[in-house]
Design a protein around this ligand. Structure first.
Ligand code: G6P
Length: 358
């Protein structure tokens, strides 16, 4: 098994470090830089839908929230539903609805059941998956592979990053755009090296050392960083067994603030220097006033660092790509905390890589 880990202590750390390569692989042949557009030949038959409904579980659900937000931003009605809630939510699926299952394994029972339900109700279905020939890939009308390579660690890392990129490819394709913004194309091109820069320089290991005895860990973000806050907390709780929660930054004052003390570090994701950044910095000040240590994940464009006890730096990039870079730092935070606590990182208690029961 040690050989399979290529010298890393855990598969999870190996897979975190594989991300420059897995992202390069996901993007390979899919960006035409000269023409300035995204190429997704496998979806050429897919007609632009009127609305899109994402279904997924766990980490893949967080990718779904991100993907739905991208589409809504572009004016296409889109929602994300937890696959296990799809049957009870029973959303209307009018003509022109595409139901997209985001599932790393392509085997998750809840996701398959939602996709089958959608299919039986006449909706077109698409699988965004990592596993070639998986049940989702075989049963859906369309499939887009994220090409992350095998992931052994139960906690999804490189597959989540590739789902976010897969979501970008899918969205550009669904919009039927003939060109993609130069800034996005360049940010995708630079993505593997930016991820590598984070992996080379991250101070996550030193930071977690400061907060080993905390009572709970909170993660906040706004807009496209909200799914990253949820994912940061999920990864953290899965492998550290510590209490962690992710919140939309603006929701803090509607309840979670009651939990914030000097013993609850808050990880805040703040990039760019727009209205979202300004408001999240406002939320950072609120938790700071309650004595909570604040760790900011930032590209340094705003003055968020001024209010932080510690900073996890990411390179400047397109606003759609920044959540992915921020998430890399949070993967490292979860990993190093779990490692310091001596947890069973690759096989956390009670969890399975792929859940094939509803
Ligand atoms: C399990 C795994 C999670 C994963 C979820 C969905 O709970 O432990 O890491 O996010 O299933 O899996 P999928 O294969 O559908 O993405």
């Amino acid at each position: 098994e040690q050989t399979g880990k290529s010298g890393y202590d855990h598969f999870m750390l190996k897979e975190i470090h594989e991300q420059p390569a897995s992202l390069r692989q996901c993007l390979s042949g899919r960006i035409d830089e000269l023409a300035g557009h995204i190429v997704v030949e496998e979806l050429d038959e897919l007609e632009a839908p009127r609305r899109v409904h994402f279904v997924a579980c766990g980490t893949s659900y967080h990718a779904s929230l991100y993907a739905a937000a991208l589409l809504r931003d572009a004016g296409v009605p889109a929602t994300a539903t937890l696959a296990s809630e799809f049957a009870t939510a029973d959303p209307p699926l009018p003509n022109g609805t595409l139901v997209v299952g985001i599932t790393q394994s392509g085997e998750t029972a809840d996701t398959m059941s939602a996709l089958r339900d959608a299919n039986s109700r006449g909706a077109e279905t698409l699988a965004l998956t990592n596993v070639v020939g998986s049940t989702a890939a075989r049963e859906c009308d369309h499939v887009l592979y994220i090409r992350a390579g095998p992931e052994i660690g139960v906690a999804a890392t490189k597959t989540f990053s590739s789902q976010l990129i897969g979501a970008n490819l899918l969205v550009e394709k669904l919009l039927g755009k003939t060109t993609t913004s130069r800034e996005l194309i360049e940010s995708l091109r630079d993505l593997p090296s930016n991820v590598q820069a984070i992996l080379d320089d991250s101070n996550a290991e030193e930071i977690v050392d400061e907060y080993l005895d905390s009572t709970a860990y909170f993660f906040i973000g706004r807009g496209l960083h909200f799914p990253v806050a949820l994912e940061g907390a999920l990864k953290f709780k899965e492998i550290t067994y510590e209490h962690a929660e992710g919140f939309a930054a603006g929701e803090l004052k509607h309840g979670p603030l009651a939990l914030v003390t000097a013993n609850t570090p808050v990880f805040a994701v703040v990039t760019g220097n727009d209205e979202n950044a300004r408001k999240t910095i406002g939320n950072v000040k609120e938790v700071e006033a309650r004595g909570a240590p604040v760790i900011v994940v930032t590209d340094g464009q705003s003055d968020a660092e001024r209010y932080a006890d510690a900073v996890l730096k990411i390179p400047e990039t397109h606003e759609r790509v920044a959540p992915l870079l921020a998430n890399i730092q949070l993967q490292l935070v979860a990993y190093h905390m779990a490692n310091r606590l001596g947890r069973s990182i690759d096989k956390p208690r009670n969890l399975a890589k792929s859940v094939t029961v509803e």
